[in-house]
Write a protein that binds this ligand. Structure first.
Ligand SMILES: Nc1ncnc2c1ncn2[C@@H]1O[C@H](COP(=O)(O)OP(=O)(O)O)[C@@H](O)[C@H]1O
Ligand SMILES: [Mg+2]
Length: 230
């Protein structure tokens, strides 16, 4: 479903952020992308989102090439993707509820459905008491959870989560990963960038490792290996 073929990304200042990257992620797969800061995790997400073009090579979603020069196609693909950005990108001055609802409205989910779904996901992330608080008055961890709720509430086919557990304590971090797994059980394809070794120790997921823009590891847990062989 998501494929990177011989992808190189060199930024205009000469930084080689990704080099010779080949990666294939199947529909309904959940994958952790690990690697230290600067390894290229966010760049990979930006390429998948059509926010950047690869310097060479190509990225495909369902055999459709993502081309940042084709804004119509990028827009159509983005409707299918829920993103949790590393720096959240919430709309300041708006409440938690409004931030989640705006993401739904652009998908055509409005009225009672929109309000119900926004509340459901904010509650799920323990934000019931903060639903009508402006996001700039929320703590860092609370803002992070609003960003998670906003992405999940869209019930997208693909979720890109850029270090969604970065500043959360262990219990909340487990909860976020569990919510992401649940979305995956519904059939979504989930990519999670991560650097916390705590999360990695107990995971039963496929983990790819990036180092200085190169893929240096790809481990499938036994259960997933069985499935992909059949
Ligand atoms: N807009 C940019 N211009 C120049 N260099 C960039 C830009 N964005 C990221 N980089 C560089 O590309 C490399 C990979 O960055 P990034 O993809 O953000 O890594 P990660 O998310 O794994 O920390 C780093 O060396 C970073 O400094
Ligand atoms: Mg990053």
């Amino acid at each position: 479903m998501i494929q990177a073929v011989d992808v190189e990304k060199t930024y205009p200042d000469g930084t080689a952020a990704l080099q010779g990257l080949n990666l294939s992620v199947e529909r309904g797969e959940m994958l952790l992308i690990r690697g230290p800061s600067g390894a290229g995790k966010t760049t990979l997400f930006r390429l998948i989102l059509g926010m950047e073009r690869p310097t060479s090579g190509a990225v495909f979603i369902d055999d459709q090439r993502i081309d940042a020069n084709n804004p119509g196609r990028v827009r159509a693909l983005r409707r299918r993707v829920g993103v949790i950005f590393q720096n959240f990108r919430l709309i300041k001055g708006r409440t938690a509820r409004e931030n989640v609802e705006i993401g739904l409205r652009v998908l055509g989910v409005t009225g009672g459905h929109m309000r119900g779904r926004a509340e459901e996901y904010l509650r799920e992330l323990d934000l019931a008491h903060r639903i009508d608080a402006r996001v700039d008055s929320l703590s860092w961890g609370e803002q992070q959870r609003v960003a998670v709720a906003r992405a999940l509430a869209r019930e997208p086919e693909i979720i890109l989560a850029d270090e969604p557990t970065g500043n959360l304590d262990e219990a909340l971090s487990d909860r976020v990963l569990e919510l992401l797994s649940r979305v995956r059980e519904r059939g979504a394809t989930v990519l999670v960038a991560i650097h916390s070794p705590d999360v990695l120790r107990k995971t039963a997921l496929r983990v790819i490792s990036l180092k200085s823009g190169r893929l240096v590891g790809d481990t499938h847990p036994p259960a997933q290996k069985e499935r992909s062989r059949s």
